[in-house]
Design a protein around this ligand. Sequence first.
Ligand SMILES: [Zn+2]
Ligand SMILES: [Zn+2]
Length: 172
Amino acid sequence: MSRTDVFDLSRMRLTPGEGRRLDLEVELQPMDFGGERYDVAETPVPVRLDVSRMNGGGYSLRLRFAAGLRGPCMRCLREAEPRVEIDVREVDQPGAAAEELDSPYVVNEELDLAQWVNDAFAFALPAQVICREDCAGLCPVCGENLNEAGPEHHHDPEPDHRWDKLKELKFD
Ligand SMILES: [Zn+2]
Ligand SMILES: [Zn+2]
């Protein structure tokens, strides 16, 4: 496998109706997420690319890969490693009027694979990076990790000293 950023589709010399499957490797970029920087769990990442030459000209493309991020859980700050599986398609027909038939990743039969992979990864990620679905987060009072502290962790409400003076009053 070789690392691929831009892939020249014309080099495959596909005839209309013909298709080919390619296993490639693409570099994933670290990401900023909710003000935190997240590293990619592994990079380069292996990707599977299916290329079909369409009968009317142009290409139909399918991209599949799995990848993950590594960084702090947004609730409890422990290390989290969300993984996503990606399966996306693009179509590029020269001179197509419709936007969905004119892939932004294909220009002059050159596929910007690195851009497509990084965009698809960012799009597939969950809105929140959490270590696990039921992460309990941190105690808002003392900051202890509630996943470890358990459900019995609690704080007694602060005693209200405003009433102390009243208690000292004697009523006859
Ligand atoms: Zn967590
Ligand atoms: Zn606490």
